[in-house]
Design a protein around this ligand. Sequence first.
Ligand SMILES: [Zn+2]
Length: 341
Amino acid sequence: MEKPEIFIHGNVDEEEKKEEALNIKEVYEKGYSSNLSQKEIDKLLHTEKPKTPIDLEIINLSNTLTNELLTKYGLKPFDLKENNVHIIDTKLYKKFAGDLENTDACYQASHQAIFVEDIGEEPITERVGKILHETIHFKGFQSYQIFEFQDKKSKNPNDSLVYQGPFRAGLKVSSSLRKMEENDEPFSVRFKGLNEAVVVELERKLLPDLITRAENIPKEPYLDFEEKTRVAPFYNIDPSEIEFVFPSEGSISTYAYPDEREVLSLLVESILQDDSSLNRDEVMDKFFRAHFSGNILEIARLIEKSFGKGSFRILADMNDYKSSEKVKEILMGIRSTKNSG
Ligand SMILES: [Zn+2]
């Protein structure tokens, strides 16, 4: 199943947009950007780690589960293929991760690919969550932008500069290249925290299904809920926050972005308080749908109904745990005024 055509914003003519849409399709087919030199392509393809049967199983199941969701939401499913995932050493990973170099797995829209840092003796258990998480990013709504501007530095008034790049990815929005040029604004990303919160909640929802269907992945670390409940108090967390547990080593792994997800939880609880016709799963489902469809109107409307006009924009600034705390404080303040008034 091939990728549906991507929407492109910008001031260039329709022909040029069509051409870029075709280029993105080609990038998706290959699994790396067409801006790479032959030397860089060789380096990537010849040094990447061959995928093990377990890697392939994780890729296939992550693909199937996310395609089932796309179908459920009335969207066109498309495949995450083996060549859209690159498992590479740390040095090469840092190069492809760019400003995400502090992560150990990432999705790069410019390459239509997921990069996973190969850290040697990695237990299989780590790999599952990483690939599933990045697959959810990969399948999320996407749009691009291309803007052409007059080159102010050139003496020839006909000289122009063309900027292009991803615009939306799931709920995340990158700076408009037009606004950056016109207002001399630095590049920024909005709704990053909300985007990650929704992706991790999807990951939590899909992971048990993936493990249940898998043939080569050990089930116990993920599905032994008794063991999770037993160890949770030692880490002072909710057992459902434990992704997997290694009883022999006494070590656990927990789901990422807890602060961002606390804000999401506050949104969902408040929406539920205000609308008794909905249940929790239905509200979460609206956030999940928005991630895949790109249509944020419904969640924005629900949030503004519970937190007041303009409140959806407050979430744009949530980009890390610090800003999550601040956003949570603001939203709780609004709720307590509302409830006492
Ligand atoms: Zn992520």
